[in-house]
Design a protein around this ligand. Structure first.
Ligand code: PLP
Length: 354
């Protein structure tokens, strides 16, 4: 049985910190000095390590490269004015990672080792957590097969690792999105609910096509009928119609976002009616035309909320009310950020101190 006391730590003696411009970070390009690594072999997780960020050595017959047995997560940590490190809902991410692992026939990672390993990693790289307004440390846990064979079957060995990236506030202009009725991101019975590498590889081509038509992102519809909305790019999708927050109900083809869950709770706390149900394209496009579609946005860890300004549907662009006039989503994003930074009471116990 693994004990949390056994994390082996090897610190770098050549920190890259002095070379980093913390006011100009491109998302996902700058990595902190250390990473957490644990290997699975002989039916159990071996002693985890925190080591300098470095390349892995892999067999050319690695099954993750050939057959996609690979999953990941994304969450954030912050430093408050007292220098305390807080992590937002890490247990929710580990739970989801273990659901992804189960769907891809990979072993679950123990929660206690994850929490201790993550906290220790954040303490070791504490100086990498930015403190300027809106900045944070993006945390990327991932797991992949490390077998050395060709053949479609589950690997016997795996690697679990966590790398981190300091990131600045995520400013994006309001989105132009296109309703996708030809391609599908995921289908019922598939593994769209898992944060599995292959789902993202498959989304690149439709997204590229939409970009060529001038759209930032796709509004994915269900793979069977293309009549119901699912997600927006790699974010969950929400609408405000008639002063009600409406979002597609979870299914095997929708990723259960932690931000989605958090926004739904905050909305309910504020007395905003919430409906989690099938949301048809027809209903939303009708609301866009008769003026009852007040707001639309994607939500996820990276941007919290990305406002949707234009929806392209069958060759016509529909304009939504200007973001400055939106009553609900800016306030929901603000409240979520205030809770993450400890400026607002954390009544749901979402914030974990490292
Ligand atoms: C990660 C992800 C989301 C958002 O999940 P969060 O936990 O809120 O970051 C939504 N949809 C897809 C497809 C995703 O990969």
């Amino acid at each position: 049985m693994l004990s949390t006391q056994t994390i082996h730590i090897e610190k770098t003696n050549t920190s890259r910190l002095p070379q980093v411009d913390f006011s100009n970070l491109e998302f996902g390009q700058t990595f902190s000095d250390h990473m957490f690594v644990a290997d699975y072999a002989n039916g159990e997780w071996q002693t985890p390590e925190i080591v300098p960020f470095q390349n892995f050595s892999l067999s050319p017959a690695n099954p993750a490269l050939h057959y996609g047995q690979a999953i990941f997560e994304g969450l954030k940590a912050y430093k408050n004015e007292d220098g305390e490190i807080s992590i937002f809902r890490p247990e929710a991410n580990l739970r989801r990672m273990n659901l992804s692992a189960d769907r891809l026939c990979m072993p679950a990672f123990p929660e206690e080792i994850f929490m201790e390993g993550l906290k220790e990693l954040l303490r070791v790289d504490a100086d990498w957590i930015p403190t300027t307004a809106g900045s944070s440390l993006y945390i990327r846990p991932f797991m992949f097969a490390t077998g050395e064979f060709l053949g479609v079957k589950p690997s016997d060995t795996y690697r679990f690792a966590i790398i981190t990236c300091p990131v600045n506030a995520y400013y994006s202009s309001p989105l132009r999105v296109k309703v996708e009725e030809t391609f599908a991101r995921a289908v019922e019975g598939g593994f769209g609910f898992a944060k599995a590498a292959g789902n993202y590889a498959g989304s690149l081509y439709p997204a590229k096509k939409a970009a060529e038509e001038g759209y930032h992102q796709l509004l994915w519809t269900d793979g069977k009928t293309h009549q119901y909305f699912e997600e927006s790019g790699t974010m969950n999708l929400m609408f405000i119609i008639n002063d009600t927050l409406i979002t597609p109900a979870l299914s095997t083809s929708i990723l259960a976002g932690v931000t989605r869950d958090t926004i739904i709770q905050i909305a309910k706390d504020r007395g905003l009616p919430v409906e989690e149900r099938k949301v048809s394209v027809a209903e939303v496009m009708e609301a866009a035309q008769n003026g009852t579609l007040q707001e639309a946005f994607g939500c996820g860890t990276a941007a919290v909320i990305s406002h949707i300004e234009t929806i392209g549907y069958r060759g016509t662009d529909y304009q939504l009310p200007a973001v400055v006039n939106r009553k609900y989503s800016p306030a929901l994003a603000q409240e979520l950020n205030d809770i993450r930074l400890g400026k607002k009471a954390d009544v749901h116990g979402w914030v974990v101190k490292a």
